[in-house]
Design a protein around this ligand. Structure first.
Ligand SMILES: Cc1cc2nc3c(=O)[nH]c(=O)nc-3n(C[C@H](O)[C@H](O)[C@H](O)COP(=O)(O)OP(=O)(O)OC[C@H]3O[C@@H](n4cnc5c(N)ncnc54)[C@H](O)[C@@H]3O)c2cc1C
Length: 534
């Protein structure tokens, strides 16, 4: 279990691939795994860091999407519920059943929950029995109070699933892809498609870290660039499509812990929830129109304050929430299939578009609708690729075997055993490392055993300094924000104390051989990244 990720682009010799993928979000990552594990050659390039755009903006839910039943999206909900089970099978360390309450459910919500249970008929067919999801219950105040589920007149109590770190699940798919021979590179921008007459035959890329340009040729190119889909297509007049005028922004805020259980609210501007997360509350998402360029989107103070007002109007909080309660916030733009006026009701279906419909060979656009359904979406994209390539493929395995380093038949039992075997570390640390790094936790412990200062504990979750060294050496972390926000959980509750920030930055700077000037510049950037917008 000692796979090391490398940026293939730095040693690229000009070979042709069966498939190139533009975009290293969850759509690109699951597809890279599907393609490589079926025996085709594949290269994936990501312009920033893997899983750092929409795929990091999620509410971390691996869910059927109860509310889509209201729009009669039965097929989408069933697909997502099946994928919920598959993801908790193949990534047992990252995906867990997650209880929630819906206060005062109306008749439609109650019918919806009944249908949701019916559509989850396979929710007990899990490889690990701790992952089984029970049917919903309808409870009155007395029972809610007895079970410590909140003080409501009545509520529905039901389960979906949560992914502890969508960033790391995206990376797990990429690692699995690499273990089957996929080539991947972050910080590599696709500047253009390569054309031969009416066919796309590859991509022109710019490696931002070495400032080199390369042509990567392939039989099929997949545009999996999420909200940037139209930017890629607009690079040629042959594929140009009108840019969507409006997109949907969604944000989450992190506050001190406000509820013990995920609690859902539905107001006139849509639903949001309070979810317990890392000893805090994660509140969101919002649904707000955005009219600018995708590239220019950033989280604003205005969006946060508007959301706080909406929370204060709609939720049960006895004390009003203020900006001072917010310790961190994040968000993104939804890559929706429809360009409808009502983005809240717009479908979260994925869309597969083979440009052969417009007489263009070798190009497929794949716009992901939900994080949860990405693996299944990758299977559909692969079928489309198969039709284009006259090449035998291997058996489909992505739903049948654990992801790389996730081969843990029963997570809870495994963690208990590991705590006993590694009693030189705190139980918190072992728990955190196994749930986030799977079987590669052992490499982190070894690093910390060899160099004692790397055993330093950095936060209440038990994260240790050795993770910083590990993610640089093994997981292609190239910037401080890769470390703080996507590989570890160190920055996901905002800025840590100056002392801890310094230890982390010093360790990274020494691994990367940074000059004092670079360190100063990068320190300013990470502080700015982790701070709330002003
Ligand atoms: C607020 C919010 C909450 C959500 N919550 C959930 C949830 O709880 N559960 C759920 O299932 N789904 C959720 N979703 C939906 C889910 O996040 C998306 O469906 C999914 O992340 C889309 O992934 P993607 O890979 O298609 O797009 P992205 O993650 O955006 O990936 C596209 C990638 O392409 C890269 N790229 C773009 N242009 C180029 C270029 N020129 N060269 C190279 N790379 C390029 C980008 O940098 C980016 O990393 C949520 C979405 C939002 C916005």
């Amino acid at each position: 279990m000692n796979l090391k990720l490398d940026r293939f682009i730095e040693t690229y010799k000009g070979e042709e691939f069966d498939v190139t993928i533009i975009g290293g979000g969850i759509t690109g990552a699951t597809l890279a795994y599907e393609v490589a594990s079926r025996g085709y050659t594949v290269a994936l390039v990501e312009k920033k860091d893997f899983g750092g755009a929409t795929s990091a903006a999620t509410g971390k839910l691996i869910h059927g999407g109860l509310r889509y039943l209201k729009q009669f999206e039965i097929g989408l909900v069933r697909e997502a519920l099946k994928e919920r089970r598959i993801l908790s099978n193949i990534a047992p360390n990252l995906v867990y059943p997650y209880p929630m309450v819906l206060p005062k459910p109306g008749l439609i919500a109650r019918i919806g929950l009944f249908v949701y249970d019916l559509l989850s008929f396979d929710s007990k067919w899990t490889w690990d029995e701790s992952k089984q999801i029970p049917n919903h219950q309808y409870l009155k105040r007395k029972e809610l109070n007895q079970k410590n589920l909140g003080d409501f007149e009545d509520a529905a109590y039901f389960y979906d699933a949560i992914c502890l770190s969508p960033e790391r699940l995206t990376l797990s798919f990429l690692k699995s892809a690499v273990s089957y021979g996929a080539k991947i590179a972050n910080y590599t921008v696709v500047e253009n498609l390569i054309w031969e007459d009416k066919a796309v035959v590859g991509i022109l890329v710019h490696d931002v870290l070495t400032n080199q340009k390369h042509q990567i040729r392939s039989k099929v190119t997949i545009n999996a660039s999420g909200p940037w889909t139209h930017n890629i297509l607009s690079k040629s007049s042959k594929t140009e499509q009108p840019m969507p005028k409006k997109r949907s922004e969604g944000i989450y805020i992190i506050t001190k812990k406000l509820t013990n259980l995920m609690t859902l609210y539905v107001g006139d501007k849509g639903h949001f929830s309070f979810a317990p997360w890392r000893g805090h509350s994660m509140i969101g998402p919002t649904e707000k129109s955005y009219f600018g360029n995708v590239e220019d989107w950033k989280l604003t103070k205005e969006s946060i304050t508007e959301f706080i007002d909406y929370i204060n109007e709609t939720s049960h909080l006895k004390e009003k929430l203020t900006m001072d309660d917010v310790i961190f916030a994040y968000g993104g733009l939804r890559p929706l299939v429809e360009s409808s006026d009502d983005t809240y009701s717009a479908s979260r279906r994925s869309e597969l578009y083979d440009h052969v419909r417009d007489g263009i060979q070798g190009l497929i656009t794949a716009a992901g609708g939900k994080y949860t359904t990405s693996r299944h979406f990758a299977e559909s994209i692969f079928k489309q690729i198969q039709k284009k390539l006259d090449k035998k493929s291997g058996e489909a395995i992505s739903a049948k075997q654990h992801l790389y380093a996730s081969q843990i038949p029963n997570v809870e039992i495994f963690i208990q055993g590991a705590k006993k075997q590694n009693a030189d570390f705190s139980e918190n640390t072992i728990d955190y490392l196994i749930r986030h790094y799977g079987l590669q936790y052992e490499i982190i412990l070894e690093l910390a055993r060899k160099t004692k200062n790397l055993a330093a504990v950095l936060n209440a979750d038990g994260e240790i300094l050795a993770e910083v060294v590990y993610v640089i050496r093994y997981e292609m972390a190239k910037s401080l924000s890769d470390i703080f926000l996507r590989r570890t959980g160190l920055g996901t509750l905002g800025i840590l104390s100056d002392e801890i920030m310094k230890v982390i930055i010093d360790t990274a700077a020494s691994e990367w051989n940074w000059s004092e000037d670079t360190k100063k510049k990068e320190t300013e950037i990470i502080y700015k990244t982790l701070k709330l917008p002003v």
